[in-house]
Design a binder for this molecule. Structure first.
Ligand SMILES: Nc1ncnc2c1ncn2[C@@H]1O[C@H](COP(=O)(O)OP(=O)(O)OP(=O)(O)O)[C@@H](O)[C@H]1O
Length: 624
């Protein structure tokens, strides 16, 4: 039975329903246009705000000046508006009916222009200063976040998606930046404007002020209603946007698989479903969101007309001056503007605080446990490694390694073989303390690794991992990552040992060729060779090779074997390899099954035993 479009639509919505909130924040996906910002309301506003403000403390002086400029700007704007009253009353239409005065009018207008100019200068200074304050605070926040990330244990990265972490650096920090550079100032200046305008309105005419004050709650109520209704549609829009972004990301990263299985048409169809869904939700959300402006405008017009009518009557019957009426009408218009602005800024504040909470939650994560106070350095480590009754589970409830004991003399080669998921990589993760064990001990040169300084321990262990990772930089720099003080000569020597030299020399600029996006311009095998060279350049006495040569052809592998043998001769080496031929010459081979060592011995012994290893080696059993 073939799958219909309706089936696919239902299945798509179901699949993406759970991830929609997180999806727009994933790697490489910016916030789409029109998307509401941030992640909703923060949980504890006060705490996040206080902590955010602590990042501004260093710039107190600049902030003080900026806020002073806001005051100057607001006062200048209000004064400029109010000046219209004496100008009209004295020089344009004096209440006593005497003729106007052009020279006086010119003087008055010049004064008004000067006042406004002062406001403009203050406003410019304020924006400039706040931008600097905000950017400096963002630098501090990013630094703290990045520094913290370097201290977090591997376990943290196991349980958090890269995309989500990256979005904390980008989207969340962005929203904080917006709030610091403009929202804070707007809230302050808005409040000042409201108070100032209200005072001037009261001063100009108390009755007309009363009329405006009756209209304001009505406007607020109407605005609130529209906002409440549109909120629902905005979150639906965000979900749809999330689903679409998630789909695009998956399709881009999995493009090869899409092509291999000829899924292009289906991908387009599924994209179309999500795309249309977004369009519908966006239209609804933006329509209601867009109503806000016209509704407020209309109410503001009603207010204006009402004030003008009553003001006109007051002019006729109560001798209210025309200049007063003009400035009042101006004020009543100005009055609703900051109210609108503040109500819009409030959602920005909540978004920024929600972002801040996400950033702070990473900062508050438990870092790798501190080194013991009496932790020792291990200069001249010889590389004797002993695992004694080690038991471990990534999750304490689910034990992965059971009672593992092994002894590696300095310079020995220990190999782990066994089926997928048996726990081979896990053992190596424990030796360099990516994870702490639940029971048993691991010692190096007789010292429990818990009592060795962590960076000291890791400096003595070189690893070539299953998934190679290269950084943006030259080949030389990438190999030198293994030991920063290695000379060019030593780097080249290491590359030769890893059989990487000849292919490096064929690269356009040899060792100076720049590798980009994780060495995308190299083959998988070449990337592995660079990783081996990186391990070779380090002087670590312990070497861990996790499927180090799985992607190189057997001929190259033979070729590197000699180099590797030299590399391994002086080091204690742990090798994980699926190709049993590569572990034949190991001093001891551990056969793992379900987290237990079921056989151990050298190649000959194990063959004689005619057990699992024998069956694996002779092809009577499959590894996987
Ligand atoms: N970070 C992790 N968090 C939780 N469980 C994990 C984690 N890494 C591995 N496991 C689990 O631990 C078990 C052993 O995994 P491990 O990677 O050590 O196997 P392996 O023998 O190296 O397999 P392979 O040959 O496929 O690399 C597996 O069941 C796996 O599901």
């Amino acid at each position: 039975m073939s799958v219909t479009r309706a089936d696919r639509e239902a299945s798509l919505k179901k699949r993406y329903a759970g991830r929609v909130a997180a999806a727009p924040k994933r790697r490489g996906m910016g916030r789409g246009p029109g998307a509401p910002r941030g992640g909703g309301r923060p949980k504890s506003t006060g705490v996040a705000l206080k902590r955010l403000m602590s990042y501004l403390e260093a710039d107190r002086l600049r902030m003080g000046i900026a806020f002073f400029c806001v005051i100057v700007n607001t006062v200048a704007t209000l004064t400029g508006s109010y000046l219209l009253r004496p100008i009209i009353n004295r020089f344009i239409a004096p209440p006593d009916g005497s003729p106007g005065n052009v020279a006086g009018l010119f003087k008055g207008l010049t004064m008004m222009a000067c006042v406004y100019l002062l406001g403009v200068i203050a406003n410019y200074l304020q924006s400039r200063l706040m931008l600097e304050v905000a950017q400096s605070a963002l630098v501090r926040i990013r630094t703290d976040l990045f520094t913290k990330m370097q201290k977090l244990p591997v376990r943290f990265y196991d349980t958090n998606s890269n995309g989500d972490l990256m979005s904390r650096f980008t989207n969340d920090v962005d929203t904080i930046g917006n709030m610091l550079s403009s929202t804070l100032v707007q809230l302050f200046s808005g409040t000042l404007s409201i108070i100032g305008t209200l005072c001037l309105m009261l001063y100009t005419n108390i009755w007309l002020t009363a009329v405006t004050l009756i209209m304001i709650p009505l406007m607020l109520r109407a605005g609130g209603e529209v906002a409440k209704r549109s909120q629902k549609y905005f979150s639906a829009q965000q979900s749809a946007l999330g689903a679409l972004n998630g789909y695009i990301e998956e399709t881009i990263t999995g493009q090869k698989v899409v092509k291999v299985f000829c899924h292009e048409e289906i991908a387009e169809e599924e994209f179309d479903i999500l795309n249309r869904d977004l369009r519908e939700k966006q239209i609804r959300a933006q329509f209601l969101g867009g109503m806000m402006g016209p509704v407020m405008n209309n109410l503001s017009q009603v207010n204006y007309s009402l004030t003008a009518c009553i003001g006109g009557i007051l002019c006729v019957v109560k001798n209210f001056d025309v200049g007063g009426l003009t400035v009042f009408l101006n004020f009543s218009r100005q009055f609703s503007r900051p109210i609108n602005e503040i109500s819009m800024q409030v959602s920005n504040v909540f978004s920024a605080l929600a972002g801040a909470e996400r950033v702070f939650s990473v900062m508050d994560e438990e870092p790798e446990t501190e080194d013991d106070k009496d932790a020792v350095s291990m200069d001249g480590m010889s590389g004797e490694v002993v695992l004694d009754h080690v038991t471990f589970g990534y999750n304490p409830d689910k034990i992965i390694l059971k009672d593992i004991s092994l002894y590696a003399k300095p310079g020995q080669k220990i190999a782990f073989v066994g089926s997928t998921g048996a726990g081979k990589t896990t053992i190596t993760n424990l030796i360099n303390r990516f994870y702490d064990i639940q029971s048993g001990t691991i010692t190096i040169d007789g010292v429990d690794i818990c009592h060795i300084k962590r960076d000291e321990l890791r400096r003595h262990i070189a690893m070539v991992l299953q998934d190679t990772h290269l950084f943006t930089g030259t080949v030389m720099e990438n190999i030198r990552y293994g030991r920063l003080d290695a000379t060019d000569e030593e780097v080249i020597q290491a590359a030769k040992m890893a059989s990487a030299h000849s292919f490096i020399m064929r690269l356009p600029k040899g060792y100076d060729t720049v590798l980009e996006s994780d060495g995308a311009n190299l083959s998988q095998g070449q990337r592995q060779l660079l990783n081996i060279a990186r391990a070779a350049v380090s002087r670590a006495p312990i070497l861990i090779l996790d499927e180090a040569t799985s992607s190189v052809d057997t001929r190259t592998e033979k070729h590197i074997e000699q180099g590797m043998d030299r590399l391994m001769a002086e080091r204690t080496t742990f090798v994980i390899a699926h190709r049993l031929s590569t572990v034949r010459n190991a001093n001891a081979i551990m056969v793992l099954e379900n987290g237990e060592i079921i056989e151990r011995g050298d190649h000959e012994d194990l063959l004689k035993e005619k057990g699992r290893y024998y069956r694996l080696y002779t092809g009577m059993a499959e590894l996987n």
